[in-house]
Write a protein that binds this ligand. Structure first.
Ligand SMILES: Cc1cc2nc3c(=O)[nH]c(=O)nc-3n(C[C@H](O)[C@H](O)[C@H](O)COP(=O)(O)OP(=O)(O)OC[C@H]3O[C@@H](n4cnc5c(N)ncnc54)[C@H](O)[C@@H]3O)c2cc1C
Ligand code: SF4
Ligand code: SF4
Length: 944
């Protein structure tokens, strides 16, 4: 061990209570759920911490640092926890910077920004795009990883070929040193008085200066000769600075993996966003040809050049991604047009011409359209977690995942690796940034199997040794050393240079509290492997966190989809020790839509809730199931709504119903701010008696309209619109007997009750060719009925029904009838679409947009965050009104930014939530209502 032994107190609440006293109660957590959620990152390791600090200011960072140093407690900074090396987990305090997530300053002209470390890369670039700018380094985890982690790992990605790694794009850092003092780590001229002052003030900097001067020859000798390296400390970058007469401090801290100091902000360099981009997929018949084609393709100055080998293509599924069966490797090439003179089409022709010299299995697929380009990238970006689907036991294990060789030798490296793993009989995916010679190697192993475990250890040593010896490469291009490569850093650089790394570490972190076990450590890479987790289906990649609305507002891993997976599948889980978090999920299903590994966290949570059904909700839903009585009660409420729905009465109602609402959840209430829909005095079924089949009567129409509860009970015109639209398409639908589809019932844990209703619906919908829906949640629930009846007699009927469920927007898109629409409209109305989560989860995303864009008089605008939850799912507006309003705030900003006058959607809960959150800033309508309006306008206009 190179750092002093740390005194780690037994598990106790002392650390958290001390920290609470120092920085505030709300920012420190140490309950079971939080510690469980923070025990993992995206690596193969697990370490349970003692306390979590969610810092909100530099003062919080410095106070936590001082406390950890005084008490000798390990301190691990953490951003999104997507590293693959175990560098954001630790046994002491985890300092999470996620709440520091703003752009502090942007200078468009000079192309730089001061940014806090908790901002997600995708969010950063989205904001910069408004000014036509971009932060170049782009790890494939860009949807979820945060700047702090990117800085500390010196991350890079496919576009590093063009824009460099993080180290090439950072001008300055604010670093909290172990002393609790702040250092402005930028590039100083060596003779600059500021530099002299800095050296006087900070001893570690003086030590560093001496070390660089005394060992310049050794550093030069040991410099990696490949184009990328994130192994060890970047003394090479510092030595380059010295040669230019400057002290280039960002070079030391970028890539230091939280072992030398904590960042509170960075000044990053920005580039112009390309005007246009071309993405191409090229399938090669022979691997050797790829190696030969790369130097020629590099002459086109691509911004990205990625490779996936034959095994990878097999593992992700060739058919699913339309990859020819005989492709030995696939290249993904991207070309940017930024200068005025770049002609991308001409470039595409040159590229095709180069590729034709080799044996391709099919013509290159070339895309200019952003959506098509995204599709081409999709499989590549989610490759690692997608591999989790391959086998229930054999998981993708990151232990030799990030080697670098000369770009022209990558074909040779891939051939060597394929032979090595074939010899071991281990399936392996090999892919990566071929233009930089950076290969990601992900073998699939069952680490709980002794044989596979031995293969992992053997592969770790043999492959790293071969990369260093035969290829003269690096063991780490961009993922960092962390726990997984720390053991090999000495071998990579030799004992003398390693000794300099140790001296740097000891100088900046004399008490050894800063992220111990990372980068500079002799611990074997097999320490702390999470054998239990590696037999579970979750890759801990955090892609779900990026879409989880609860994580979005709390920025804390215990309030996140990935964290909840850990908690509800933990061996020590109990409803009582985790009720707070299990009840916090909205059941919006965004996580399920996003997960590349096929995990449904929302379902796991529903399973846990089903073990503890909510009593109060049970009373309500049982009453709800007594249809006649329930409807009489609703009509009574409807009659007196003009009285009880007045502001003063609503406040009184809020007060009076509180004790009752608490039965639903601690936070539940009927907030007076909640814009309730008007209840119908005559329900939909009362208004359309002619569409209701008599009891025992066979279906009279091939199409049933499953209106669900909201369209029946609310007087909002949605049900009428769906019926009117169907009629325009020549369909007179039946309104067969129906019970609540079950979404809210399951949300409160009443699965038996949900099944009871589902049985009624299965029976009454059995005869119809199509079951049309208007409500997003009903659409998904009906399609999901097979999961309610696994292995039960009803499953076959449920599967048959799932295929026949059709959302009204799908129905209109597929209908052969094309009703007339008004030919022209005098005024145009700006309409944006809010894509309800449950409709997205049901796979309906394009149809509503396409319909809206084609309506006369509608100027369709795609609003930012259209695919994000608005916070209304799972009756959250009632269950936790305050949080639901924090969630909708992002949607409100998006609507404002889009300038939309109308927001169209298809979920009653979303409609209530948007009306409440938007407070009249835009009108809210169901997609069917807008379609109906277009047809009616045509009727008014008469024949052309
Ligand atoms: C599916 C997938 C794809 C990936 N693809 C790529 C890729 O293409 N390229 C790539 O480079 N990486 C990739 N990664 C790895 C990882 O996403 C990146 O390294 C990322 O930049 C880490 O960011 P993070 O916010 O998750 O950091 P974390 O995991 O939270 O932390 C990473 C390191 O940064 C330190 N740290 C965090 N914040 C601070 C701070 N404020 N001050 C000091 N130290 C801090 C932590 O202690 C830790 O050492 C991928 C990961 C996944 C799961
Ligand atoms: S549930 Fe899916 S998306 Fe979420 S962390 Fe696990 S694998 Fe990744
Ligand atoms: S269902 Fe929604 S709120 Fe629940 S974990 Fe998934 S994304 Fe988060």
């Amino acid at each position: 061990m190179t750092s002093p032994t740390l005194i780690l107190p037994e598990r106790s609440h002392v650390i958290a209570s001390d920290l609470r006293a120092a920085i505030g109660v709300d920012k420190v957590k140490d309950d079971y759920s939080t510690l469980t959620a923070y025990a993992v990152d995206a690596s193969i390791y697990r370490i349970t911490p003692q306390a979590i600090v969610l810092v909100e200011s530099e003062e919080d960072i410095a106070a936590t640092m001082r406390y950890a140093v005084q008490r000798g407690i390990p301190l691990t900074p953490r951003a999104a926890g997507t590293n693959l090396t175990g560098s954001a987990i630790g046994s002491g305090i985890i300092l999470d910077v996620s709440r520091l997530n703003r752009i502090l300053e942007l200078n468009r002209e000079e192309g730089w920004a001061r940014v806090q470390p908790g901002i997600v890369l995708a969010e950063l670039n989205k904001q910069l795009a408004c000014d036509g700018l971009l932060f170049g380094p782009d790890p494939s985890s860009g949807d979820m990883c945060k700047l702090g982690g990117m800085l500390a790992n010196n991350s890079s990605g496919p576009h590093t070929l063009r824009y460099g790694a993080v180290k090439d794009n950072v001008a300055a850092l604010r670093v909290c040193l172990q002393s609790g003092e702040w250092l402005d780590a930028k590039v100083y001229g060596l003779g600059d008085p500021n530099c002299v002052d800095l050296l006087k003030a900070h001893r570690p900097l003086r030590d560093l200066q001496v070390l660089l001067r005394d060992h310049s020859t050794l550093i030069a000798q040991k410099r990696p000769t490949v184009s990328k390296n994130s192994c060890g400390y970047n003394l090479f970058g510092l030595a380059d600075g010295f040669a230019r007469g400057c002290f280039d401090l960002p070079k030391l801290f970028v890539g230091s993996e939280g072992t030398l100091g904590l960042f509170s902000e960075a000044t990053i360099r920005l580039v112009e966003k390309p005007r246009a981009t071309l993405t191409a997929l090229i399938h090669f018949y022979r691997l050797e040809d790829v190696g030969e084609a790369v130097p020629k393709l590099l002459e086109l100055y691509p911004s990205a050049l990625e490779v996936m080998d034959a095994n990878t293509l097999n593992l992700i599924g060739r058919a699913k991604h339309a990859i020819p069966v005989d492709a030995a490797a696939t290249l993904l090439v991207e070309l940017d047009a930024d200068g005025a003179g770049t002609d991308l089409r001409a470039q595409a022709e040159r590229m095709t011409e180069i590729c034709r010299r080799y044996r391709l299995t099919s013509d290159p697929v070339i895309a200019f359209d952003p959506e098509q380009r995204e599709q081409l990238w999709k499989a590549r970006k989610a490759l690692y977690p997608t591999l989790y689907r391959f086998d229930p036991r054999k998981k993708p294990i990151n232990f030799v995942d990030d080697v670098v060789v000369q770009a022209e030798r990558i074909g040779e490296l891939i051939r060597y690796l394929e032979e090595f793993f074939a010899g071991q009989r281990v399936p392996v995916a090999i892919f990566g940034h071929i233009g930089n010679g950076n290969a990601h190697i992900i073998p699939l192993l069952d680490v709980n199997d002794q044989d596979d475990f031995q293969k992992m250890v053997q592969g770790y040593h043999e492959i790293h040794q071969t990369v260093l010896g035969r290829f003269g490469g690096s063991i780490c291009g961009e993922h960092g050393d962390g726990r997984v490569r720390a053991e090999y850093v000495r071998t990579m650089f030799g004992p003398e240079l390693y000794d300099l790394f140790v001296r740097v570490k000891q100088s900046f972190d004399p008490s050894g509290v800063l992220n111990p076990g990372i980068k500079i450590s002799d611990r074997p890479f097999t320490d702390h492997i999470d054998y239990v987790r590696l037999s579970k289906p979750c890759a801990t990649c955090a892609k779900c966190n990026a879409v989880c609305p609860v994580y979005d507002v709390f920025q804390s891993e215990d309030m996140s989809s990935r964290g909840w997976f850990e908690i509800v599948t933990d061996k020590n889980y109990s409803y009582l020790n985790s009720k707070r978090v299990v009840e916090a999920c909205l059941n919006c299903k965004s996580c399920r839509t996003a997960c590349p590994a096929g995990v449904d966290v929302s379902q796991l949570i529903l399973d846990r809730r089903a073990e503890h059904p909510n009593k109060m909700a049970g009373v309500i839903f049982r009453f709800h199931a007594q249809t006649a009585q329930f409807e009489r009660f609703l009509k009574f409420l409807a009659r007196y709504q003009p009285i009880w729905d007045r502001p003063l009465m609503r406040r009184l109602l809020d007060y009076l119903t509180k004790p009752f609402m608490r039965g639903l959840a601690e936070t539940a209430r009927l907030s007076p701010q909640l814009v309730l829909p008007r209840l119908a005095r005559r329900h939909l079924r009362d208004r359309y008696p002619e569409l209701i089949p008599q009891a025992g009567q066979a279906a009279r129409s091939p199409v049933a309209y499953f209106h669900g509860c909201a369209a029946n009970y609310f007087d909002d015109g949605v049900g009428d619109a769906v019926i009117a639209v169907l009629r325009k398409h020549g369909v007179e639908p039946d309104l067969p007997t129906q019970r609540c589809s079950g979404t809210p019932i399951e949300t409160y844990g009443h699965r038996a009750l949900a099944k009871e209703g589902a049985r009624v619906n299965l029976a009454s919908l059995a005869e119809y060719d199509k079951v049309v829906t208007g409500c997003a949640s009903c659409t998904l629930m009906l399609k999901d009925y097979p999961t309610l009846f696994p292995g039960e007699p009803e499953q076959a009927a449920a599967q048959a029904l799932a295929k026949r469920v059709t959302h009204i927007s799908e129905f209109v898109s597929q209908s052969p009838v094309k009703p007339a629409m008004a030919s022209s409209q005098p005024t145009r109305c700006k309409v944006a679409y809010h894509s309800s989560c449950h409709l997205r989860a049901a796979g309906v995303t394009k149809e509503p947009r396409a319909i809206l864009a084609g309506l006369p008089g509608v100027e369709y605008v795609e609003m930012p965050d259209a695919d994000r939850c608005a916070g209304g799912a799972g009756t959250y507006l009632v269950k936790d009104f305050e949080t639901s309003q924090r969630i909708v705030e992002r949607k409100r900003r998006a609507v404002e930014q889009s300038g939309a006058e109308v927001v169209a959607t298809s979920c009653p809960a979303c409609m209530i939530q948007l009306r409440t959150g938007l407070q009249g800033a835009a009108e809210v309508k169901h997609v069917a209502q807008l379609i109906q309006e277009a047809y009616e306008a045509a009727d008014r206009q008469g024949p052309a």
